[in-house]
Design a protein around this ligand. Structure first.
Ligand SMILES: [Zn+2]
Length: 169
């Protein structure tokens, strides 16, 4: 065999579907398999909706390609290592945004509660409205004016943020 056909065969080996790829050929793709795992990777590919990701998923599900490495299949559909990681990153960000959104109702309710003004018992008179002047006399509490309660305004920052959220300001 002359050197020239050998070079050609080596260069085109990725495009030959019946030939198994050499095992442990591409360390970067092995990182993906180790860190993400194939079941999770396949779920991510399906969620991404990206045409090349869906093509890769088809190949991964095809028994005819079961002996090919992930690296080989990615090359076949035109996906680089960085491209595959980017698909994973975007799906994970979408998942994170959905988890954040799941908490939004509770967070907004907390914000509304923090925004509410409330009455508390006056600490100056313990709610009686009067404070002792000497052993025989008392007087109207200067803190609460004799009502026994103090009005605490809702948190200003929460109020402002809440109004911005509901687009009232
Ligand atoms: Zn008072």
């Amino acid at each position: 065999m002359t050197p020239e056909p050998e070079k050609l065969a080596k260069r085109q080996s990725w495009a030959m579907p019946k030939r198994c790829s050499p095992p442990r050929k591409d360390p970067l793709f092995r990182i993906i398999e180790a860190e993400i795992g194939m079941p999770e990777l396949m779920a991510v590919l399906a969620l991404s909706g990206e045409p090349r990701a869906l093509s890769l998923l088809d190949l991964l599900n095809d028994p005819a390609y079961s002996c090919h490495t992930l690296a080989t299949l990615c090359r076949r559909v035109g996906l680089t290592f960085i491209g595959l990681v980017d698909i994973y990153r975007r799906v994970q960000i979408s998942r994170g945004l959905i988890r954040i959104a799941n908490h939004l109702p509770d967070i907004m309710e907390d914000m509304a509660i923090d925004s509410l003004s409330r009455n508390v018992t006056c600490h100056g008179c313990d709610g009686s409205g009067r404070v002792p002047v000497d052993s025989d006399h008392d007087a109207v509490c200067a803190d609460c004016g004799g009502s026994g309660v103090l009005r605490i305004l809702g948190d200003a920052a929460s109020r402002k943020l809440l109004m911005q959220v509901v687009k009232a300001i």
